[in-house]
Design a protein around this ligand. Sequence first.
Ligand SMILES: NC(=O)c1ccc[n+]([C@@H]2O[C@H](COP(=O)([O-])OP(=O)(O)OC[C@H]3O[C@@H](n4cnc5c(N)ncnc54)[C@H](O)[C@@H]3O)[C@@H](O)[C@H]2O)c1
Length: 437
Amino acid sequence: MSKVGIFGAGWVGLVTGVCFAELGHDVVIRDVVPEKIDALRQGHVPFHEQDVPELLERHAGRLTYTLDVAELADCEFLFVCVDTPPTYSGDADLSRVWTVVDELPELEGRPILVMKSTVPVGTGEKVRAGLDQRGLDHVGYASNPEFLAEGRAVRDFMQPDRIVIGAYDADDGDAVASLYSSIDAPIVRSDVNSAEMIKLAANAFLMTRISFINEIANVCEATGADVVKVAEGVGLDHRLGPHFLRAGIGYGGSCFPKDSLALKQLASNSGYHFQLLSAVIEVNELQKRRVIGKLKRHLGSLRGKRVALLGLAFKPDTDDMRDAPSIVLASRLLAEGAEVRAWDPVADGTKLPEGVEVVASVADAVRGADAAVIVTEWDELKGLATRETREAMANPLIVDGRNLLDPEETRRAGFAYEGIGRGASLTEVLPQTAQGV
Ligand SMILES: NC(=O)c1ccc[n+]([C@@H]2O[C@H](COP(=O)([O-])OP(=O)(O)OC[C@H]3O[C@@H](n4cnc5c(N)ncnc54)[C@H](O)[C@@H]3O)[C@@H](O)[C@H]2O)c1
């Protein structure tokens, strides 16, 4: 078993830490935020992610939390799991990665610096050169990008589709692979540049599928087809598969928006215009705003109208609000003069623009509302279309941004219903066109 040091106690760092502990390794997790380290020492996970609290408790004896890099001095592996947010130009901000390199403690033997953060292609080369310049040529370097999805992060780590390892030295790659030896998954060994690109390309492909099905949804709306059926029929083609074919109000979160920008920027810095990716990003931006058009079609001007935003996190089972579509929607609604009441079971609504009233229950959010918008497909919202909701609302309109509800059942329950790409509602949405008026 090995001693693993981890820089960063965020989603990736903490999940990596507790999962390596589950695999039997000793783990030291270092962060720069004292409150996070204090919370972890007291057994509290600083964010909402299922299975992490249990693993943290089960392996308390193998997990150490610290602010002090010196405690990582005898680690055989040093995983970099710090955040790499976008800069104004769209490039990834690698300042935290460089801080880690600068802060490395005195290291003996051949420890390996392992990059798990998502970084532009070419980062490994720069860090390798940076290590050499600092007299750390005895420190190995490997790229081992992370593919976990929040909400199912532990499962994704323990049962990954693949483990990608890029290294300059084959022995370093072998050593990193040995950490995962009890996980049953294909290991893709590559050069460092390719490992970095695999992560960016995989995310870009997933986003392309989302923007693709969202555009199909918009054409469904214009033509009377139902994107849910269309996606089912398309997804059963074994060449295409069913994943990431769920139409909605666009992707968000801490990874897709920033990683798409970083790849677009990386390409353009290298003299290549990545046209398809630019379109994927633009489609996503427009998709978030389509809800406003749907609301206006039913309510006319939104000035003074009360809108309930249901679900704020960028997806269910996480409290992550980074780049959540709810933020764009809330600020568009406020700009239209609407009153916005927002609810989420776990996410921190104070991250929404000022002026939004954050309430504690769905019932509080819909009371007196002219429309309810499902932004995140939380299980709690599956039963939204009840008599109580209808009677509580000033106007029983549901705009279902995640196609969570059954349109017919919702309409039968007395609501006007708008999904995304559910063209069966064409006659209702555009009565004058459908009736030839
Ligand atoms: N969140 C995801 O779903 C996900 C999935 C795959 C890959 N990634 C990538 O992994 C990286 C980390 O993402 P995240 O969501 O865990 O970020 P995060 O913001 O949740 O966590 C990063 C942590 O690093 C800490 N940190 C900053 N500088 C540090 C330093 N010098 N030493 C120690 N800790 C330091 C921060 O305080 C923070 O706690 C990013 O590059 C991200 O793109 C994220």
